[in-house]
Design a protein around this ligand. Sequence first.
Ligand SMILES: Cc1cc2nc3c(=O)[nH]c(=O)nc-3n(C[C@H](O)[C@H](O)[C@H](O)COP(=O)(O)O)c2cc1C
Length: 137
Amino acid sequence: MSNELVIYYSLNNHVRKIVADMPEPKVEITTVKKISKNKVWQMISLGFLVKSNKKLAINELDDIGLEQYDVIHFVTPIWAGKVALPLQAFLEKYPIKNKQVKLTMSCGGGVGESKEAFLKLLDDSNELVAFKVIAGQ
Ligand SMILES: Cc1cc2nc3c(=O)[nH]c(=O)nc-3n(C[C@H](O)[C@H](O)[C@H](O)COP(=O)(O)O)c2cc1C
């Protein structure tokens, strides 16, 4: 059986709950700046960042040993029709190559162009082997 690493980001706990049922090992992406819990502020400020292609810095991760894993399973919220900025930042900072990749996205209902945007950030040597949207979150 191939070994799998779950890499996730969660702002408002929906993804955290989804990931709770997944087996270890898991790595959580966190942002350098703390994000307000105010949902209206989140929509306006984070929505603006996504729409204007701005970045959101993430904290360094301890050596996660990506080379040990055959399968990387990303679990992320959708922000403004794209994968949330912290996962975008992760993919830029830690290039993933020659992996089987799974993508699980949590959203309210509008997936937008999030899958396409994710694939653009992923190196061509990877293969997307599973894709799931959990809506109504
Ligand atoms: C800034 C922002 C933008 C969002 N944009 C979308 C969207 O475009 N489509 C959608 O269906 N849900 C959108 N949502 C809702 C989240 O994707 C959804 O609540 C998700 O489950 C949140 O996961 P989390 O609680 O782990 O952070 C947005 C949420 C935030 C904070």
